[in-house]
Design a protein around this ligand. Structure first.
Ligand code: KG4
Ligand code: ZN
Length: 337
């Protein structure tokens, strides 16, 4: 079985070819980061236009690199939401057109499910137990989810305010570092001391699994108000201390959730898990607690279409199909699955 995946929910135009064994035959990503950087964040209208301009070329490249043509496909999977509605529409329309013209099964995929399925691409789906805990940490979401099986999700906790990735982006903005904040803060952190500044770790009651990162962002703002503009070692220390605070909160809540729900497997995904320090800290914490961790390689943590193809493939195999009335949905909670 060969599936084409298409992703255009935010600022990456992406297409990938994945087979039924979760093998990635091609994974093409056209990033718009350089375009949006000058505005300090993603400009939705510009994102839509860029997707429109690049989508055909990106799909062509994915097919060519994998060595398949459209007739050989067994299905087309596309992100239907959540995301920027104008951006999503470009991918959805492209997928619908290809599915209609070539008479292929079409499946709309929740982007968040894509992130949860990404580790399967690296490990081979059969090795990950059906029931597991999932930690999703992206630009728009921070959530702990109990996965009973594909599509059976129980939201255990989510962010009450900023998502972890959003906190990275907002703190980078406060520091005038540019967009997106995560990779820049990570780079500066490597030269800093994570214990230099003690930022608050918002850990509401022990049995509550929600996250909150806006207090941390405010603490960074207050620090800057007191200290003025920071540079050199002070900047490195601030970045490392902030990054450590995010890591500590994510790990603490994850371990509590695993214990409460008696799970021994953790699947983690989303752009923030491209962060080496957070990956290593999570890895170590899981080892110490006897939790088996599945985490995608860095390139499959951030947005890509291989994860969308994989999630779509699993649903197509179960006989699910989307109709030609498939539409983009800016808001699409996992609970709707
Ligand atoms: O999953 P993703 O690519 O897109 C969404 O679905 O949101 O996540 C993007 C987020 C951004 O907030 C970005 O700053 C963050 O992931 N991010 C990182 C790193 N790379 C991307 N955060 C921390 N460290 C990184 N290396
Ligand atoms: Zn994402």
């Amino acid at each position: 079985m060969i599936i084409l995946g298409i992703e255009s929910s935010c600022d990456e135009t992406a297409a990938a070819i994945v087979d039924q064994d979760y093998c990635v035959h091609s994974n093409i990503i056209s990033s718009q980061v350089a375009i949006h950087r000058q505005y300090g964040g993603v400009v939705p209208e510009i994102a839509s236009r860029h997707h429109l301009h690049h989508i055909v070329g990106v799909v062509d490249q994915a097919l060519e690199k994998a060595g398949y043509n459209l007739e050989q496909l067994d299905g087309v999977a596309v992100t239907k939401g959540p995301g920027l509605v104008g951006a999503l529409l470009v991918g959805v329309q492209m997928a619908k057109s290809l599915a209609y013209v070539h008479q292929k099964p079409l499946i709309g995929v929740n982007h968040l499910e894509g992130h949860l399925v990404a580790p399967f691409l690296a490990e081979g789906g059969q090795k990950i137990p059906k029931r597991h805990l999932a930690l999703l940490v992206s630009g728009g979401h921070t959530a702990l989810i109990l996965v009973e099986s594909l599509g059976e999700y129980r939201l255990l906790g989510s962010t009450r305010d900023d998502a972890a990735g959003e906190a990275f982006d907002k703190v980078a903005k406060l520091l005038d570092l540019g967009y997106p904040g995560g990779p820049i803060i990570e780079k500066l952190s490597t030269k800093g001391d994570p214990k230099a500044i003690h930022f608050p770790r918002a850990l509401p009651k022990k049995d509550e699994l929600d996250f909150s990162f806006s207090g941390l962002k405010t603490a960074v703002a207050n620090h800057l108000r007191k200290r003025g503009k920071v540079s050199g070692q002070s900047l490195f220390d601030l970045c490392a201390s902030f990054q450590q605070a995010v890591a500590d909160v994510l790990i603490k809540k994850t371990l509590i959730a695993a214990k409460m729900r008696r799970v021994d497997t953790l699947v983690a995904g989303g752009g923030v898990l491209a962060n080496q320090k957070i990956r290593q800290s999570l890895q170590l914490a899981c080892e110490e607690s006897g939790l088996k961790l599945f985490i995608p390689p860095i390139g499959l943590c951030t947005d890509n279409a291989a994860m969308i193809a994989a999630a779509g493939m699993r649903r197509l195999v179960q006989g699910e199909r989307s109709g030609m009335d498939l539409n983009a949905q800016a808001r699409l909670p996992l609970a709707n699955l």
